[in-house]
Write a protein that binds this ligand. Structure first.
Ligand SMILES: [Zn+2]
Length: 390
């Protein structure tokens, strides 16, 4: 290992220990990392010089002697910008501190024709055209970044962006039909406009980063993000899975079941997305809500289409969960479509299909802050890329 590489790794390990555990003395940090006090002192000095860590006071003195100075990650003295480009109504931006707390917000409305794309039918073989035009979408992103930078009240560690579509490791959006993007080098565009480090990933991947770094998620999870379509972010062994085509987790157009189904906007029949997307779930929930004019609706009526959607999702997820031995299945989407009947159906179907070992510790849960999860996840990606903290 190159000395510079070892040092960079040690700096990241020190930041990770402080980020996870909170303020520590240099001596405690040395113990927790298994490094000498001399090495850790030198690392801390470098982190203080960079502004990535700060001294935050003194510990209460123990019996043995004087109090020691505590060091912590510079949680509020640095800020990050997070962008969420996945909402078809508006592009969202936020300024966050290093704990992932949103301290300011901005947005740019996106005009759409909901009569075309909001009813969920998205009939025909073509994806609906983006409402913006690709160049206009890039301009809006740059405007949003500029507004967020103006709202920031501390030096910016970096800019994170969660975008719909498929994002290469080179920071190029390979394809994002909703924004009318194909091979757009968004990372470089934003970086050269701002002179700041920029991190870019798919919106479901960003959400998985948020759950892993800033939320409850363990090191082996799948996060299912339900919006106009459905996609997953996968964390395995503490690292996000990219895949051979940077498209890991793109399960929306996987055909589930062998019994037909509806024709999908991609042209196939029975894609997961024809059961599980926000518009489809809205339809299912509306169909299952009793008409108040009907006499005496049964209180225990199970919304069949919602249950079916949960089953299809679990059928698609079960082999993934088993193959990767995942511990967390996390559902993320608008609160009005992630209804209890859906979550129960996913969990019941998954448990019925999995081997006992996986079943024992499997958690199926819903994220608490679906509205902010992509901006927070984009910021978590900045933490990872700039500080090595996850
Ligand atoms: Zn499809």
């Amino acid at each position: 290992m190159q000395p510079s590489h070892a040092r960079r790794q040690n700096l990241s390990l020190a930041l990770q220990a402080l980020y996870s555990s909170g303020p520590m003395s240099r001596a405690d940090l040395a113990r927790s990392l298994g490094l000498t006090k001399v090495t850790v002192s030198e690392l801390v000095t470098a982190l203080l010089d960079r502004g990535h860590a700060i001294e935050v006071g003194r510990s209460t003195p123990g019996r043995m002697g004087k109090p020691s100075i505590l060091v912590d990650v510079n949680r509020t003295g640095l800020q990050m910008i997070g962008l969420d480009l996945s909402d078809h109504r508006a592009l969202h931006g936020a300024v966050l501190d290093l704990d992932g707390t949103v301290v300011a917000r901005a947005q740019r409305p996106v005009l759409t024709d909901d009569s075309v794309i909001g009813d969920g039918s998205t009939a025909g073989p073509d994806y609906p055209a983006g409402p913006l035009g690709g160049e206009r979408a890039v301009d809006l992103v740059l405007e949003l970044v500029a507004e967020c930078l103006a709202l920031a009240t501390a030096p910016i560690l970096g800019i994170g962006i969660g975008t719909p579509g498929i994002v290469g490791s080179d920071g190029v959006v390979k394809t994002a039909p909703n924004l009318d993007w194909r091979d757009v080098p968004l990372r470089d565009i934003v970086a050269s406009a701002t002179n700041l480090p920029v991190s870019l990933c798919n919106d479901a991947d960003a959400a998985a980063h948020a759950d892993h770094t800033l939320g409850d998620g363990g090191d082996d999870l799948v996060l299912v993000k339900i919006g106009r379509g459905v996609g997953c972010g996968l964390i395995v062994g503490g690292r996000r899975v990219r895949g051979a085509h940077s498209a890991a987790g793109e399960i929306g157009h996987v055909v589930v079941g062998t019994d037909g189904g509806r024709r999908c906007r991609c042209g196939k029949v029975g894609c997961l997305e024809t059961w599980v997307s926000a518009p489809r779930l809205e339809q299912a929930i509306a169909a299952s809500t009793p008409d108040p004019a009907d006499a005496a609706p049964h209180a225990d009526d199970v919304p069949d289409a919602v249950t079916a959607a949960g089953e299809r999702l679990a059928i698609a997820l079960a082999p993934v969960v088993a193959a990767l031995d995942l511990a967390d299945v996390v559902l993320c989407g608008p609160a009005h479509v992630i209804v209890p009947a859906l979550v129960e159906s996913v969990e019941r179907t998954l448990r019925a299909r999995l081997f006992t070992v996986e079943n024992a510790t499997l958690r199926v849960r819903v994220v608490e802050d679906p509205n902010d999860i992509v901006v927070r996840g984009a910021a978590a990606l900045v933490l990872l890329d700039q500080l090595g903290v996850s």
